[in-house]
Design a protein around this ligand. Sequence first.
Ligand SMILES: [Zn+2]
Length: 470
Amino acid sequence: MRTVFVSAFLISALPTFAQTPVSSKTDWSKVNQDALRHFQSLVQIDSTDPPGNETRVAEYVKKTLEAEGIPVMMVAKDPARADIIARLKGNGSKRPLLIMGHSDTVRVDPAKWTFGPFSAHRDGGYIYGRGVIDDKSDLLAAMMTMLMLKRQNTPLDRDVIFVSEAGEEASTAPGIEYLVNEHWNDIDAEFGIAEGGGVRLKNGQPRYALVETTEKQPKGAKLIARGPSGHGSRPLETNAIVHLAKAVETIAAWDPPMRFNDTTRYYFEKMATVASPEDAVRFKGLFDAQRAPAVRAYLAAHDPVSYSMLHTSISPNIIQGGFQVNVIPSQAEATLDIRALPDENIAAFYDLMRKVIHDPAVELVPQTGNQRPGAAPSRLDTDVFRAIEAAYKDIYGVITIPLMSTGATDMAFLRAKGVQCYGVGAMLDEEDAPKGYGPHSDQERIQEEAVYKHVRFFWQTVTSIAATKH
Ligand SMILES: [Zn+2]
């Protein structure tokens, strides 16, 4: 996953802490002990992807759930990369809820780690290890929720389906694609909760929670410039490199058409209520056709995450051309990373790019690697969104802001099948990623307290959505 930090300076209002309601049935100190033990065990299993070897995680999860009487399916496209599906039955009056965490992690350079990358070492209130944030904290919270529902024999209106998913980080084939294509009946749900959001802390204080409700779609294109080759001593106006350079500059300087969806409209409206006065004026300005261009220019320079949320974005990331200093090359090409708004008509967008580039010597060729299906944003008016909002408020005392991720997640596959999906997460210090302790960083750590709170958040959210109301 790509962790999103909304510029912290935008937030001026500090939250107040609310009292967490405590279920009379729940012994939280016992839950925390269990959570810590399982969390350390999960982190100590090396499931770096590639190669993954997620079956080792799946076996641990299977053993843990089965020990408490929860039936488990272990399914695999590749025997080394198994997924887990477990289901607690409800009375069927509502459609199922899917809760999911991925079992693989990104790779490590062991030389960069103060404590071993699979040590799950506790130090100064933190737990260190690859995957402690991304995504074994979600996997643990979902698994603990299953255990607690079973232990308390919680009556359910809807089935709760738990999935431990392989292959999120490097290849979706053994994980979400396999589950959606080969085991759809086993995971089909009305709602889904997975990674993609979380609570952001500044100076140790929770400031707000993000919930991913939609995401941009990875697309791509190559710009290929062609012209006659020739001797380098006789420069040509048709030089392919010159034409390519102009095209790249033109497309990078272009401000593509801005458009809101429900999530981004709500996001900027809500940010405007908690931002500093200057930023509040800017965010409100996005809704004013006269002022919006100047605000976009400001965001492009100072807040690239917010800027990217406003339109389909284009970033030139690879450029190739030429092979010898005295030869004018006949071809040069640039590879563009395009992140489309969920409802973008991409063919029409490519045509618009061709018009902007406006050079017959430069061909735009759409690329189709790393595709995820497009889907409408998950709704904000559902019981699930409200339950998440309420749990974040109870446990952390913060407001919830819906987020369109500029990166891609596996929820795209579920949303494309009609599942309303919400991306959540544990609490993280905004200062920690720049220090090199974030997801995908040289090292990774999480506050021990964040693990316990996340279990509680998950359990409270799931029971609120799925448990039978008395
Ligand atoms: Zn992840």
